[in-house]
Design a protein around this ligand. Structure first.
Ligand SMILES: Nc1ncnc2c1ncn2[C@@H]1O[C@H](COP(=O)(O)OP(=O)(O)O)[C@@H](O)[C@H]1O
Ligand SMILES: [Mg+2]
Length: 361
């Protein structure tokens, strides 16, 4: 008896997307089914190329077909992604699917380090990524990407002059640091900041992006409120160290984002500088800034814990040299940031699926 597309779809409708808790057929994730005698081919369209459950979903599909249709079929699955979005207003940043702010209560906790490595990790997983450095107190993205001397050019698009982001490691970058000198930055006031940010958002040729990462200034001041009115955020990732003072400020910052009328969803917490492991004593962990604060904070706020980043020399060195450390293959640093990028992408896909518009298609 020959196998039909309906048989395959019926089998795949028993496979759940573990995060979205609906079946793959209902979610319209199955495409281009081809059947050739004993060979079945199709595509599974994920909501992010950084999906941590890719292997599980692939395995579940094959098993369902073998169990419910025919155990002798050869199943070839192509895992592709169409990043989901829940943006309904497309007046600002029309080609950008998700805008993720990286925030902290305190400076120096590693917000820019996390922003850069998260952006690079998502791009390495196959996503189209932009990074906007809006930290007027200490714009550090130009140094971390080794593009201090570059100046964004202007381009005529449909009769409008638009700024062109600088490209490095496949990421589109813009920084307040390209426009002002670091020592001028701190005297900036709300209206100047918002007009610069408006230009970055409205007068820039960002093109099509899956994720735009926004490196925010630390703290909870007026400047934040102004910024949050300019940029329609999907959600915010909080970075903290395990240290009590950093945590206290991180709580304050999360309270600000959760406040009406902002109500920006907190995607989760990343703990940076969690511990130090010397190269010569790889089994030892020294909890220099305390232990477990980020995890406790995520439990108390009832938001996901997205991962921890230990203190590594290579992270500091990479930042200073203009090479985000995540690009070094098969290192512990890469593993830590890949896992964080997957968790962020996963939580964004879940947030998107909770909005009334259908995710994905
Ligand atoms: N996990 C880490 N391991 C080693 N150095 C780090 C780590 N995270 C951040 N740093 C270093 O700490 C300093 C502050 O980090 P940065 O990302 O600039 O903080 P912020 O943006 O929050 O002010 C930088 O010199 C950076 O290289
Ligand atoms: Mg910074």
């Amino acid at each position: 008896m020959s196998v039909s597309k309906e048989d395959i779809l019926k089998a795949l409708s028993t496979v759940q997307e573990p995060d979205l808790k609906k079946d793959l057929v209902y979610l319209k994730m199955i495409q281009d089914i081809e059947i050739n005698d004993k060979l079945v081919k199709f595509k599974v369209v994920l909501t992010t190329p950084a999906c941590p459950l890719k292997e599980k979903i692939e395995k579940d599909c094959t098993e369902a077909i073998h169990t419910l249709v025919d155990e002798n079929l050869e199943v070839q699955i192509e895992m592709v992604a169409n990043v989901s979005t829940n943006r309904s207003d497309k007046l600002t940043l029309p080609g950008v699917k998700n805008i993720i702010a990286v925030a902290s209560g305190k400076g120096g906790v590693g917000k820019s380090t996390v922003s850069s490595n998260l952006a690079v990790a998502l791009a390495m997983k196959g996503a189209k990524v932009g990074l906007l450095d809006a930290d007027i107190y200490g714009p550090s993205i130009p140094i971390m990407f080794g593009v201090m001397d570059r100046q964004p050019e202007m381009r005529d698009v449909d009769g409008k002059q638009l700024m062109v982001p600088i490209e490095k490691f496949g990421i589109k970058l813009l920084s307040i640091g390209f426009l002002i000198k670091a020592d001028q930055a701190v005297v900036w006031r709300g209206p100047m900041v918002s007009s610069a940010l408006r230009q970055f958002v409205n007068d820039t040729d960002w093109g099509e992006l899956d994720y735009l990462i926004l490196d925010l200034p630390p703290g909870t001041g007026d400047i934040h409120l102004t910024m949050l009115q300019v940029v329609p955020l999907t959600g915010v990732v909080m970075v903290t160290t395990p240290q009590a003072v950093a945590l206290a400020d991180a709580y304050k910052a999360s309270a600000m984002f959760s406040m009406t009328p902002l109500k920006v969803p907190i995607i989760g917490i990343i703990e940076n500088m969690s511990y130090f492991t010397p190269a010569e004593l790889p089994e030892n962990k020294y909890f220099i800034f305390g232990n477990g604060g980020g995890k406790t904070m995520s439990d108390e706020l009832e938001v996901p814990f997205l991962g921890e980043v230990p203190i590594y020399m290579s992270i500091r060195e990479g930042s200073d040299k203009g090479n985000p450390a995540v690009i070094e293959n098969d290192t512990s640093v890469q593993k830590a940031f890949f896992s964080i990028a997957e968790n962020v992408a996963q939580q964004v896909a879940i947030l998107n699926s909770l909005k009334p518009e259908p995710a994905n298609l």
